[in-house]
Design a protein around this ligand. Structure first.
Ligand code: GLP
Length: 226
């Protein structure tokens, strides 16, 4: 594990965006695991800046990459709903690229029956079949959640429907015009999914409010579900 510390957010963001750029440049058929949240908005912005020449033309071909998003809210999964992570990806990244939308994957489209712990084997199989994820981006919640794997998640967890913690609801509901509309459930890649499929994993944490969670993550001697 390599830990890089940056004084300025911009430098951390640029470092992550450059890893994404280099990954696709070295393998145009890369499989990317994409994360959302405030952390990745500037990362994608920086990346888009790198691929757009001054004449507006793209200097990097994304048409052969495949993407898997980490998580998605339940019942906000509709493409047109602003708070959906599909909308986020399209708004911050996809629309500026020549990415093939048919090769973008979200862990939500297989069932209308979102029982907690319902698993998504088709999503998992699809990642396995393509040979895993070359570059997996991760953020971290202030309570330590990864994707939507809340504290308490097992190291053997797979892609499944989860209940969100009150801490996550409190933070993320700020994105909803009416905070009460924030879903209580989401679908997330599991810890096992992330660890087994990610060939290279880059976790980005920006700002002091992530410090406590990050210290615990980095200092853990073994897998700690919290
Ligand atoms: C969100 C997402 C995570 C993200 C994390 C941090 O709830 N589900 O994938 O990494 O919380 O978000 P932010 O970057 O906005 O702090």
């Amino acid at each position: 594990m390599n830990i890089k510390y940056f004084e300025k957010k911009e430098a951390a963001v640029d470092y992550a965006a450059q890893i994404m750029y280099d990954q696709i440049k070295s393998n145009p058929k890369s499989v990317l695991g994409l994360a959302t949240g405030n952390t990745f908005e500037p990362v994608y912005y920086d990346f888009v800046g790198k691929i757009q020449g001054t004449d507006g033309r793209l200097n990097l071909n994304l048409s052969a990459i495949t993407t898997y998003n980490l998580d998605e809210y339940v019942n906000v999964a509709d493409k047109d709903q602003e708070q959906s992570y599909y909308h986020y990806m399209n708004f911050h990244l996809f629309r500026y690229t020549d990415i093939d939308l048919k090769k973008t994957n979200f862990p939500n489209h297989y069932s209308e029956d979102f029982r907690t712990e319902l698993t998504f084997p088709e999503f998992e199989n699809s990642i396995r079949k393509i040979g895993g994820i070359d570059l997996q981006f991760l953020g971290v919640g202030t309570n330590g959640h990864i994707g939507f794997n809340e504290p308490g998640s097992s190291i053997n967890s797979v892609t499944r429907c989860v209940m969100l913690s009150q801490a996550t609801i409190n933070v993320n509901s700020r994105k909803f015009a009416n905070p009460a509309d924030m879903p209580r459930k989401a679908v997330t890649m599991g810890i096992k999914t992330i660890l087994e499929s990610g060939k290279k994993i880059v976790l980005v944490a920006l700002g002091r409010e992530k410090e406590a969670a990050l210290r615990q993550l980095v200092n853990a001697k073994a897998y700690d579900p919290n």
